[in-house]
Design a protein around this ligand. Structure first.
Ligand SMILES: *[C@@H]1O[C@H](CO)[C@@H](O)[C@H](O)[C@H]1NC(C)=O
Ligand SMILES: *[C@@H]1O[C@H](CO)[C@@H](O)[C@H](O)[C@H]1NC(C)=O
Ligand SMILES: *[C@@H]1O[C@H](CO)[C@@H](O)[C@H](O)[C@H]1NC(C)=O
Ligand SMILES: *[C@@H]1O[C@H](CO)[C@@H](O)[C@H](O)[C@H]1NC(C)=O
Length: 340
């Protein structure tokens, strides 16, 4: 029964509680760089797809297929999942361009080649669907000792980069701003990964303090959450102290000591309702799947900042082995349904 006396209370409750209704499906996926270029255009791959009513021939997997074979599977998988935001790793510019073509004109992307800050080398690009997400600003920094110039950390196998963006997610209750950082840490240097995690944590805290909104990080950390190589994960989740970073970077992204002093990033896999977290755990399977699981590890993550402003409805890691025996990548896509 309607009781007028409750009205003021309901009103107070509704202004105190920020509604969490803006939802998006996001993904992080290391696409494996195009190590076997064959110059086949997307249009030709599409034209040579088989009769959809015929069972495909068995290719016998357990090895790497050219990107020209893998890219249609990547696009089919992601568009079928209804994603609106993607952080990719290891994409060469031709792979970025192919995905832009396959995703179509409703999508845009940001990012630069890590070797020259333009188009050379692998990108850690961010793709977003413009009907849901609007880009406000973006930049890139290198996870090295000289973060504002294309550079490699001493001892690292490659130049390493982070793509950073401010976005707005459209919702019925009005636009919601959020920050998204996407990166790929080094495969050889644990010191690089620890530095990268420290730089990202500094930047993420700065964004949390200065925007007051949610901060998300996705990436291939090239190291797991436990064991001897887990330094980067330990640092970003606040379980271990950060290492010293470049002073110019620290200055540019400094905040007062008393602002979110214990800020850290929270692993979204542990935040979704348990029934909505996929059984699949490993995110790297190599091209040996499904026969040899000895190298399988969980090294690809999505995090949310400890200042919150987000919740997670579901979290899953999808297999990428098709009936014809071919794998779309040596990593699996990691999906999160995020409300902000
Ligand atoms: C796939 O290739 C491996 C190695 O060449 C072979 O041992 C296996 O029998 C093949 N599987 C099928 C289903 O053809
Ligand atoms: C995103 O970054 C690119 C490369 O630096 C730049 O050209 C572009 O203007 C940026 N877009 C926005 C909206 O900040
Ligand atoms: C910090 O990074 C800036 C910009 O990349 C660079 O100019 C500066 O030399 C770096 N500082 C040190 C101590 O390496
Ligand atoms: C979102 O960001 C835009 C651009 O920086 C800003 O004008 C707007 O006030 C922000 N909205 C909120 C709710 O913070």
């Amino acid at each position: 029964m309607w009781k007028p006396g409750y009205l003021p209370l309901l009103f107070v409750a509704s202004i105190l509680q920020t509604p969490l209704v803006a939802s998006m499906r996001a993904v992080t996926w290391n696409l494996r760089f195009d190590s076997r270029p064959d110059n086949i255009p997307v249009s030709q791959s599409l034209a040579s797809l088989g009769d959809p009513l015929q069972q495909p021939a068995f290719l016998n997997g357990s090895n790497e297929r050219p990107w020209s074979t893998r890219r249609l599977r990547v696009a089919e998988h992601l568009l079928g999942e209804g994603i609106v935001l993607a952080g990719f790793q290891e994409a060469l510019v031709r792979q970025v361009n192919d995905l832009a073509e396959l995703f179509g004109s409703e999508w845009s992307w940001i990012g630069v080649g890590r070797d020259d800050g333009v188009q050379a080398g692998e990108f850690s690009p961010i793709f977003y669907k413009r009907s849901a997400i609007t880009l406000l600003s973006n930049d890139s920094f290198w996870t090295s000792n000289t973060p504002f110039e294309p550079s490699r950390f001493p001892g690292a196998g490659s130049f390493r980069i982070c793509t950073a963006a401010h976005f707005t997610l459209a919702s019925e209750d009005g636009p919601r701003n959020f920050t998204f950082l996407n990166t790929h840490m080094d495969d050889q240097s644990d010191a690089q990964r620890r530095l990268a995690a420290s730089l990202l944590l500094t930047r993420a805290r700065f964004e949390a303090v200065t925007t007051g909104g949610p901060v998300l990080i996705s990436g291939d950390f090239n190291s797991p959450s436990t064991g001897g190589d887990s330094g980067a994960y330990s640092i970003i989740t606040g379980a271990a102290p950060p290492v010293a970073i470049n002073a110019t970077f620290a200055q540019r992204f400094s905040v007062p000591d008393d602002q979110l002093p214990d800020f850290k990033m929270i692993d979204l896999r542990g935040q979704a309702p348990r029934r909505a977290v996929s059984t699949n755990f490993a995110t790297f399977t190599g091209f040996t799947a499904p026969n040899d699981a000895s190298d399988w590890t969980r090294i690809d993550f999505i995090f949310g900042g400890s200042n919150l402003g987000w919740t997670v409805d579901a979290y899953k890691v999808d297999p990428v082995l098709a009936d014809d025996g071919a794998l779309a990548s040596d990593h699996r896509p990691v999906f999160a349904d995020i409300n902000i």
